[in-house]
Write a protein that binds this ligand. Structure first.
Ligand code: NI
Length: 249
C-alpha cells in the first residue's frame, strides 16, 4: 500500500494495527553513458513497492535525491550534502514518528547513501540518549543489490562484469520497468576492472572517465531486469519480515 495513495482517515485506521513503514531511497546521478540518471531511485522504488505488496506494509514516497557528491562532474547529477541528507532523514522520521510509526525499513538503491543513513540513525538515537529517554525507534537499511540471492543471480548473468557502479543488474531493472526510455546505446570504452580510490567529483571523473566503475552495462537486458526484480523483492521481503521479528539498529 502506497502512502501517497491513502487518505488520512485510511492511514489513521491503519496505524491502529501497525507501526512499520518501508521507505525507498535512491539518488539522482549519472550511471555511465547508457544508464539513466534516475536509476537508483527507480530501482529502490520498484523493490520497495514489491515489498509493500508482498508483506502488506505501507510504502513511503521515494527519496530520489541522495548523497552523490562524487558524481557531480557528470551532467545531470544532483546531490544532497551528507549533513542535508541527515536533516532530511531526521525530519522524515520525526514526522512519521508523530503519527505512530516506530519501525523504519529503508530500501536503498545507492551505495553512497549508506554511511549517511547510518549517521542519520545515530543522530536520531543520540537525541533520545542525551535526553535520558527511550526513543523506541528502530531502523534497517537493505541495499537491494547486495543481498545474497541478488548477488548470486547477478553473477550467473554477468560473471565478473557487474562492477560497482552503472552495473548491468541495475541497468537491466530500469530497462524492464521503462522499456523505451531506458533502452540507451552508446559507445563504451574498454572494460576497466579498477574499483574504488576516489574522493571528490574531479577524482572520480579522472579515474572513471565515462562514469562506470568496473561494469559492463552493455550486458543488461530487460528480461534480466524482470528476473532480478522478482528476486530482489523476494529477498527484501524476507529481510523486512526478519526486521519485524528481531528489530534493527
Ligand atoms: Ni546506481
Amino acid at each position: 500500500m502506497l502512502l501517497a495513495l491513502c487518505t488520512w482517515p485510511e492511514l489513521a485506521a491503519r496505524l491502529a494495527t501497525t507501526d512499520a513503514i518501508v521507505i525507498p531511497i535512491g539518488s539522482t546521478e549519472q550511471h555511465g553513458p547508457t544508464g539513466v540518471i534516475g536509476t537508483d531511485a527507480i530501482c529502490a522504488e520498484a523493490v520497495a513497492r514489491g515489498v509493500g505488496e508482498s508483506a502488506d506494509v505501507l510504502v513511503a514516497p521515494v527519496l530520489s535525491l541522495g548523497m552523490a557528491q562524487h558524481h557531480l562532474a557528470f551532467a545531470g547529477t544532483i546531490t544532497l550534502r551528507p549533513s542535508t541528507l541527515i536533516a532530511v532523514i531526521g525530519d522524515l522520521v520525526a514526522s512519521l514518528r508523530r503519527h505512530g510509526f516506530r519501525r523504519f525499513f529503508f530500501v536503498n538503491g545507492h551505495g553512497g547513501n549508506v554511511a549517511t543513513l547510518q549517521a542519520a540513525f545515530s543522530e536520531i538515537h543520540a537525541e533520545a540518549s542525551l535526553a535520558g529517554r527511550t526513543g523506541g525507534l528502530s531502523f534497517a537499511v537493505h541495499n537491494w543489490w547486495d543481498g545474497a540471492e541478488v548477488v548470486a543471480l547477478s553473477k550467473e548473468l554477468y560473471g565478473d562484469r557487474c562492477g560497482a557502479h552503472a552495473t548491468p543488474p541495475e541497468i537491466a531493472v530500469t530497462q524492464h520497468l521503462h522499456l523505451e526510455a531506458a533502452a540507451k546505446t552508446a559507445e563504451l570504452g574498454a572494460f576497466n576492472p579498477t574499483c574504488g580510490g576516489f574522493g571528490d567529483a574531479a577524482d572520480f571523473r579522472r579515474l572513471y572517465p565515462d562514469g562506470r566503475i568496473a561494469s559492463d552495462p552493455a550486458l543488461a537486458r530487460p528480461e534480466h531486469g524482470a528476473r532480478l526484480l522478482a528476486v530482489a523483492v523476494d529477498e527484501a521481503t524476507k529481510r523486512f519480515r526478519a526486521f519485524l521479528a528481531t528489530g534493527g539498529a
